[in-house]
Design a protein around this ligand. Structure first.
Ligand code: COA
Length: 261
C-alpha cells in the first residue's frame, strides 16, 4: 500500500492497521485525510491479502476530535452539501466493506470521529474515550451520517439528547448505550482485543461474513426489505463451497477449512 500524508498504514497478518496521524490537531479529519480514507478503502476492497481493518488515532488523547474546524469555517451553502455528501459516501464505503472494520477509539471521539467510528462494524474503546456530537456548538449538525447512525445505534431519545446538548459521554456510558462493544484500559489492550475478535471472524466463512454485513446494513436503507436481502443472501451462501465445507466438517466432526468461495 502507498504511503499517505495523514494516515499511517501497516499490514500485519492480513489486518490493515490505519492510524489517523494528525496528533497536533487531535487527528481532526481534513479534506485530505478523507480523500486518503477513500483511496485506502478502494484498495482494501480490491486487495485479497487485506482481510480486515482496524482504525485508530495517533497518540493517547484522541481517536479523532471531529472534522477539521478550520475547513468547516470556510464552507458556503453550495459546498457544504458536497462536504456532507462526500463524507457520507466515504463512511458508507467503510460500512459496506465486506471485510470486518473495527474502530479502536482512544480518547476524544467527537463529531466526524464519532461518525467514522459508527460507520465501522464495531467499536472498542479505551477507558479514557469520550464520545459526542458537539456540532451544535458550532451552529451546525452532524453531516457524515451521524444523525442516522447514532439514532439507530442508541435510539431516538438519547441520540436527540447527545446531538442537541453537544454533551460528551464516557466509555462506560457509551457501552451501556450500545455505542461501544468493549472497553479496555489501554490502547494496546484495545488493539489486542480488536485483533482477537478479527482472528475469530477470519476463521469463519468469508462470504457469509460479507453477507452478514450486507444484511445488517440493509436495516439502514428505508426502501430496502432487509428480510428479503437476508433470504437472498442465505440462498447465495448455500451455493458456496464454504457452505458445503462448513456443514460437512460439522457432520464429520472436524474443523472446517474455508476458502471464501
Ligand atoms: N478541528 C481542527 N482542529 C482541532 C479540532 C478540530 N475538530 N479539535 C482539536 N483541534 C486542534 C486545536 O485547535 C488545537 O490546535 P492548536 O494547538 O494549533 O491550537 C489542538 O487540536 C489541540 O486541541 P485543544 O483544544 O488545545 O485541546 P484540549 O485538550 O484543550 O481540548 C477537545 C480537546 C477535543 C475537547 C477540543 O479540542 C475540542 O473541543 N475540539 C473540537 C471538537 C469538535 O467540536 N468537533 C466537531 C467538529 S465538527
Amino acid at each position: 500500500m502507498a504511503d499517505f500524508k495523514n494516515i499511517l498504514t501497516d499490514v500485519k497478518n492480513g489486518v490493515l492497521h490505519l492510524t489517523v496521524n494528525r496528533e497536533d490537531k487531535m487527528n481532526a479529519l481534513n479534506f485530505e485525510t478523507l480523500d486518503e480514507l477513500r483511496a485506502i478503502f478502494e484498495e482494501v476492497s480490491d486487495t485479497k491479502e487485506i482481510k480486515a481493518v482496524i482504525i485508530t488515532g495517533s497518540g493517547e488523547k484522541a481517536f479523532i476530535a471531529g472534522a477539521d474546524i478550520s475547513e468547516i469555517a470556510t464552507l458556503n451553502e453550495v459546498n457544504a452539501r458536497k462536504f456532507s455528501e462526500n463524507g457520507q459516501e466515504i463512511f458508507s464505503m467503510i460500512e459496506n466493506c465486506h471485510k470486518p472494520v473495527i474502530a479502536v477509539t482512544n480518547g476524544y471521539t467527537l463529531g466526524g470521529g464519532c461518525e467514522l467510528a459508527m460507520a465501522c462494524h464495531m467499536r472498542i474503546a479505551t477507558a479514557n474515550a469520550k464520545f459526542g456530537q458537539p456540532e451544535v456548538n458550532l451552529g451546525i449538525i452532524p453531516g457524515y451520517g451521524g444523525t442516522q447512525r447514532l439514532t439507530i445505534l442508541i435510539g431516538r431519545g438519547k441520540a436527540n439528547e447527545l446531538m442537541m446538548t453537544g454533551d460528551m459521554i464516557g466509555a462506560e456510558e457509551a457501552k451501556s448505550l450500545g455505542l461501544v462493544n468493549h472497553i479496555l484500559p489501554t490502547k494496546d489492550e484495545a488493539l489486542e482485543k480488536a485483533e482477537e475478535i478479527i482472528a475469530k471472524i477470519l476463521s469463519k466463512a468469508p462470504l457469509a461474513i460479507g453477507m452478514i454485513i450486507d444484511c445488517v446494513n440493509s436495516a439502514y436503507v428505508p426502501d430496502e426489505n432487509g428480510f428479503q436481502t437476508e433470504a437472498n443472501s442465505f440462498a447465495r451462501c448455500v451455493k458456496s463451497g464454504d457452505y458445503k465445507e462448513g456443514t460437512s466438517a460439522f457432520l464429520e466432526k472436524r474443523q472446517p477449512h474455508f476458502k471464501g468461495e
